[in-house]
Design a protein around this ligand. Structure first.
Ligand code: GLV
Ligand code: GLV
Length: 303
């Protein structure tokens, strides 16, 4: 914020998240550049009332909250914040995976509630992670960073991916398979696809049925990639061992069934939430804005 204030006339919207549509319209009316977060849905109607706007720097790597065609049609450049959050998000993915397998949140609740009576041989038995098979859906930057960490746990890594942007960053030990095979063979499935019309409900009832009843699903990508109602059904019926979720279909609202399932670990969309990474994301936004306003190519242009 200090760096932004130094370089630009800054208007900061009230701290509501997301801001009201009126507040957003008012804020964008005079702006030449905007930094927005994933809670702001920027559509045709909003953009048509932002006549001076030249660049939107999305403070996130995912940009499904922006209607790109509407921005393109008005000559507005859209940028995101890749790379700086890759490792941070991969760390959180592992935190969720381990917490889910080893029932960390349940254990914490037991201790806090004063219900712990002492060590027991069969208390809160979880699943082993070491030596198991990790299936990654979406082998982009974050998917690969998650896969690299798996070697420390001597895991087998299977993956599927529509395109692989940088094949040299792939480990030859990782095996690319059709999605159905990855789902059927993995002990942990971790989702790393961007949200697009093609990836909406990429994990639905049919895909959940392919997974092993002993398997866990981890999602740190976008909520609508998973059919949450189908996931609740699968967990309730014991067709899946557990799930670790950082994102939801209707954030901040959760499918009510999730709250009743002890085998689910629920986080409030914390993937990139470290101080260093959040500062870097802000600096990336400023660099992109500065580039566009000075007539240069924006380094992280997505539209
Ligand atoms: C966070 O969810 C991001 O896309 O950066
Ligand atoms: C457990 O604490 C052990 O020592 O095995």
């Amino acid at each position: 914020m200090a760096a932004a204030r130094e370089r630009f006339h800054l208007t900061v919207l009230p701290k509501a998240s997301p801001p009201s549509r009126d507040a957003l319209l008012e804020g964008l009316r005079q702006a030449q550049a905007a930094i927005c977060t994933l809670t702001e849905h920027l559509d045709q109607e909003i953009l048509s009332q932002a006549p001076r706007l030249r660049v939107i720097a999305n403070y996130a790597v995912g940009y499904n909250n922006i209607v790109l065609e509407a921005a393109r049609a008005r000559g507005i450049v859209v940028t995101n914040t890749p790379d700086v959050l890759t490792e941070t998000t991969a760390d959180l993915t592992w935190a969720l995976l381990l917490a889910t397998a080893r029932r960390v949140a349940e254990g914490d609740r037991l201790v806090r509630e004063g219900a712990w009576q002492g060590w027991e041989p069969t208390q809160l038995l979880g699943a082993d992670v070491e030596g198991k098979t990790l299936g990654i859906i979406g082998m982009g930057r974050i998917g690969r960073a998650v896969a690299r960490r798996a070697s420390g746990f001597t895991m087998t890594v299977l993956y599927c991916s529509h395109g692989v942007s940088n094949p040299s960053a792939l480990d030859s030990q990782w095996q690319r398979l059709p999605q159905d095979e990855v789902l059927a063979r993995s002990d942990f499935i971790s989702l790393h696809v961007p949200l697009t019309p093609d990836t909406h409900h990429v994990i639905g009832a049919a895909e959940l049925r392919r997974m092993r009843p002993t398997a866990f699903l981890i999602n740190t990508s976008r909520g609508p990639v998973v059919d949450e109602a189908a996931l609740v059904d699968a967990l309730r019926d014991g067709r899946l061992a557990g799930a670790g979720l950082d994102v939801y279909e209707q954030e901040p609202h959760l499918h009510p069934g999730l709250l009743q399932l002890r085998q689910v670990v629920l986080l409030p969309h914390l993937g990139s939430a470290t101080l260093r990474t959040r500062i870097q994301m802000g600096m990336v936004c400023l660099e992109n804005i500065q580039a566009v306003l000075e007539g240069r190519h924006a380094p992280n242009r997505v539209a």
